[in-house]
Design a protein around this ligand. Structure first.
Ligand code: F6R
Length: 587
């Protein structure tokens, strides 16, 4: 979602801010803006659309040593220049990520004091509130601290004040914000890629700690006492946030999957056994798995492995539903939260609810030190590195791998780790396969279906989401036995049906359903690890059958590459599909 960058230092702030915004473009946005010191005043430039549109409005000779910048993903108010950030009210200029839930009541109070608003945003109201508090307190640090007691919601804020344009302030609550120092340059950002060009060391703020940058960096806790904080070292460098010769981040990230799987195994196992990085778990009687979107589908795929190996019930929940549901858990339940970003608002709130109820929690997360990683009782990192493309790929494969390892750990089946040994090699083989030839048969259609049963249905959900989110083809996943109960009426001549069979137990049942759609003229692409021939498909992709504990991990990459090739043929913005954001930090 929205991206934030702030800078003060020895370089020209404007290109630093713009390149910071460009490195956060992947988060998804629809307008962009920048505010910087220009002589004795602040200059604000904003535009709708891409960062390049903003750039076109900036003078080539614009120069400044300090500024703040933002990419906005519209929540309150349409996409417009007025609603774009930065916002300025009185002496205060801010950029904001997050949502102020009580903005409507704050607005009424501020209007009664004579404030008038130009935009439809909650951010402008927050800006007015800080200005109002500053006018009373005459001290921005105190004003920001008082603001935290008056607002409900989430925020990561960068703040400048007309009275001292050489200072930068920042604060966060439930929305990420980091600060980095390189020599005498100070960088503030919502996400690590914005600083990687300069340094891989950063400080992560806790909720309601305040940053002030003047000639140095000051960090204050909630009682406004100045504190020191530890630096975190990011496990990677600027190469991680670059395309490295690939046409799209998505393709680069799919190509990284063999390495990611190897990284996970190297980290959690040694000599074919789990090492100390893999915690041990007590025996649970129930497992809940919670996530959003693809993260939730990894749970759907892994559910039956947990159930079979542990012989306990596993329930999968969509995080946004879980929060408002009656939950039948107790001290013998483990709740697992899956999130690439570790900042997805619904998953984070679901975790908080669970912890509040005193239930054991485990997070499976990619972004180190993200909120979900820090707040869960235990965390397993998936070691996937920075994922830039909005559609998740390598993190998905990494989550599935992690879940399969977790199954073996909880079931004390270390001997089955041997099945993971060939995974990377097999993934490399899939990378060499040609998926464009299938994409050519799909890309002109407006509807597609994915069918399968059990684990294969979970794979269908992911294949279908991947296809629809980047190609805009209206695609649906169905448990194949359900087709006859309605959906089959949508099958017409050449309708693409991607059918998945990896589970021997339900092979013949699914094949009967495939025959039903094939008989009605569908184009059937059969993705399977059963090297069998038949007259029920048009094309067949055969993946190696290693063992049930790892098979689903291998089935995902073909689905990702089919979606990629289809979107490519449709000439779409593969890495940044419309309306989508990488990290969904609003509920
Ligand atoms: C789909 C996709 C999303 C995410 C979902 C959860 O390609 O990327 O469905 O999986 O938004 O995000 P995280 O894993 O960051 O919690």
């Amino acid at each position: 979602m929205c991206g934030i960058v702030g800078y003060k230092g020895s370089q020209n702030a404007i290109p630093v801010l713009i390149s910071g915004l460009e490195s956060l473009e992947y988060r998804g946005y629809d307008s962009a803006g920048v505010a910087f010191k220009s002589g004795k005043k602040i200059e604000i430039v904003k535009n709708i659309g891409k960062v390049s549109n903003l750039k076109s409005l900036l003078n080539d000779d614009a120069n400044s040593e300090i500024g703040i910048a933002h990419t906005r993903w519209a929540t309150h108010g349409k996409v417009s220049v007025e609603n774009a950030h930065p916002h300025k009210v009185g002496k205060i200029t801010i950029v904001h990520n997050g949502i102020i839930e009580n903005y409507a009541s704050l607005k009424i109070e501020l209007e009664q004091k004579g404030y008038e608003f130009q935009s439809q945003t909650d951010t402008e109201i927050l800006c007015a509130l800080i200005n109002d508090l500053y006018e009373t307190e005459n001290n921005l640090l105190i004003a920001i601290n008082k603001m935290t007691k008056l607002v409900h919601g989430s925020y990561a804020l960068l703040i400048m004040c007309d009275d001292n344009l050489n200072e930068l302030y920042a604060i966060r609550c439930n929305s990420p914000l980091i600060v980095a120092i390189k020599d005498n340059d100070y960088f503030l950002a919502s996400d690590v890629p914005a600083i990687l060009k300069y340094t891989n060391e950063y400080i992560l703020l806790e909720n309601n700690e305040i940053i002030k940058v003047d000639d140095k960096l000051h960090i204050y806790d909630e009682s406004l006492k100045e504190i020191n904080k530890q630096t975190i070292i990011f496990d990677g460098d600027s190469n991680d946030a670059m395309k490295n010769g690939y046409e799209h981040y998505m393709l680069k990230e799919i190509n990284e999957e063999p390495t990611v799987v190897k990284n996970i195994l190297d980290y959690y196992t040694s000599d074919g056994k789990f090492n100390d990085n893999m915690p041990s778990f007590k025996k649970y009687k129930k497992i809940f798995i919670v996530g959003c979107g693809s993260a939730c589908y990894t749970a759907d795929i892994s559910k039956s492995l947990f159930e079979k190996y542990l012989n306990i019930p596993v329930t999968v929940y969509i995080a946004s539903e879980y929060r408002y549901q009656q939950l039948f858990y107790d001290k013998d339940t483990l709740v697992i939260f899956i999130s690439q970003s570790g900042e997805t608002a619904d998953t984070l709130e679901a975790l908080r609810r669970t912890k509040n109820d005193g239930i054991d929690t485990l997070a499976i997360v990619n972004v180190v030190s993200s909120s979900i990683a820090r707040e869960a009782d235990q965390v397993l990192y998936i070691k996937a590195g920075v994922e830039i493309a909005v559609a998740t790929t390598k993190a998905f494969t990494a989550q599935l791998t992690m879940l399969a390892l977790l199954v073996l750990r909880m079931a004390n089946k270390e001997n089955e780790l041997k099945y993971f040994e060939d995974l990377s090699n097999e993934l490399n083989k899939i990378l060499k396969m040609d998926f464009k030839k299938y994409a050519k048969k799909i890309y002109k259609h407006e509807n597609a279906f994915f069918i399968g049963r059990g684990i294969d249905y979970g794979l269908c959900e992911e294949g279908s989401l991947k296809l629809k989110e980047i190609s805009y083809i209206n695609s649906s996943a169905f448990p194949s036995g359900e087709l006859k109960h309605g959906t089959i009426s949508l099958i017409t001549e050449d309708t693409p049906v991607i059918s998945i069979v990896s589970d021997e137990n339900i092979k013949y049942k699914t094949i009967s359903n495939i025959k039903e759609v094939h008989a009605r003229g569908a184009y059937v692409l059969w993705l399977t690890n059963k090297d069998e021939n038949g007259d029920f498909y048009d094309d067949k992709i055969v993946i190696r059958d290693i063992h049930e504990i790892v098979n689903s991990i291998l089935m995902v990459m073909p689905l990702q590459l089919i979606a990629y090739e289809v979107a490519y043929l449709r000439e779409l913005d593969i890495d940044k599909p419309r309306n989508l954001a990488k990290s969904v930090t609003v509920e």
